[in-house]
Write a protein of this length. Structure first.
Length: 345
């Protein structure tokens, strides 16, 4: 009789245990499904998977500068992971989470285990999928704790960068007239330089059948560089004296509707790589400065070029001779300064 009662008690206990486990499993499964649904809704509301051009304030030689780098993000619900590829061959690993308010926060760290760089970030997501905020952490290059502004601009999709063809030239001139000044470029000049000329490289960005930007480059010898720039050799970096062939990123222009979407960076990066493949020893570029703003600083910095020399009213004589109107100064003469950027290869 006692054994029968014991078996009955055990049976009830096991039954209650199974019911409890099933109940717990059901509740856990319910909350898991609810969480997955919420995460999926959050992902659809804030789809930030993609490639970005990032800008962050950094410290260089004791001064605050804006540094640019490419970032690739992946997304799974509210979890965001990715990498930022810096121009000094370092890589940041990003680990973040989305919030229902449209914010992204998390941590970053150096991919190299020997690099002690680590920190946190907070970003606000905008309707066009851009992100703006702050970073704070240990700057392993300067060995200090630092912070600054941080932004992510989504790179335009659906466009291609290729070599210039004859059918592109008219649109290239139109882009140049709109962004660099009416009369700055002409059809024959681009045709002579961009098609079949070994001393020139011209990359074009197209979206559908439309040219949305271009980058014109030139290869010069060391002895011709000072004449080309109209400056004394003492105003150039020392390493230029060791360079026999120098690649010049001469002109970059992107149509206004497609600016700040990574197109200029893609053009500059493709042109830079082709110049390097042409056995050059250094790369330089001339950026336009007006009202304290340097027009191409972002894309040039993104491929590792550094500002070195400033020349006042660099285009003044040229604007008179060719009678083109500067977008900033208007009719000739152009009073904009030039900033010379350099990088040893």
């Amino acid at each position: 009789m006692a054994i029968s009662n014991m078996n009955a008690i055990l049976g009830i206990t096991v039954e209650n245990l199974i019911i409890g486990l099933l109940g717990g499993f059901t509740v856990s499964l319910f909350f898991l499904i609810v969480t997955l649904i919420k995460n999926k809704i959050l992902e659809r509301r804030y789809p930030i998977k993609g490639t970005y051009l990032t800008t962050f304030e950094d410290l260089e030689n004791g001064e605050t500068v804006s540094t640019h780098a490419l970032a690739v993000l992946t997304q799974r619900g509210k979890k965001i992971k990715g990498k930022t590829f810096l121009t000094d061959n370092r890589t940041w690993v990003i680990d973040g989470k989305l919030t229902t308010g449209g914010n992204l926060h998390g941590v970053y760290s150096a991919e190299d285990p020997m690099d002690q760089g680590v920190g946190t970030f907070f970003l606000k997501i905008t309707p066009n999928k851009g992100m703006f905020g702050l970073w704070s952490g240990f700057d392993s290059v300067n060995s200090i704790v630092n912070s600054g502004k941080y932004s992510f601009i989504p790179i335009l999709e659906g466009y291609t960068v290729s070599d210039t063809k004859k059918e592109h030239i008219t649109q290239i001139v139109a882009v140049g007239n709109g962004e660099l000044g009416e009369g700055f470029l002409n059809y024959q000049e681009i045709a002579d330089k961009a098609i079949g000329n070994e001393s020139y490289i011209c990359k074009v960005a197209t979206h559908g059948n439309a040219v949305i930007g271009f980058c014109l480059c030139k290869i010069v010898k060391k002895d011709d560089l000072c004449t080309y720039l109209g400056v004394d050799q003492q105003r150039l970096p020392v390493f230029i004296n060791c360079a026999d062939r120098i690649g010049v990123i001469k002109t970059i222009a992107v149509s206004n509707a497609f600016q700040k979407r990574g197109v200029g960076y893609a053009l500059c990066y493709a042109s830079y790589n082709e110049l390097v493949n042409q056995n050059i020893q250094a790369v330089m570029s001339i950026a336009w400065k007006s009202n304290g703003r340097i027009n191409a600083n972002g894309v040039l910095s993104a491929v590792g070029l550094k500002p070195h020399t400033e020349i006042e009213s660099f285009w003044s004589e040229d604007s008179w001779n060719n009678n083109y109107a500067c977008p900033s100064c208007g009719e000739p003469p152009c009073k904009c300064n030039a900033i010379l950027y350099f990088k040893a290869v």
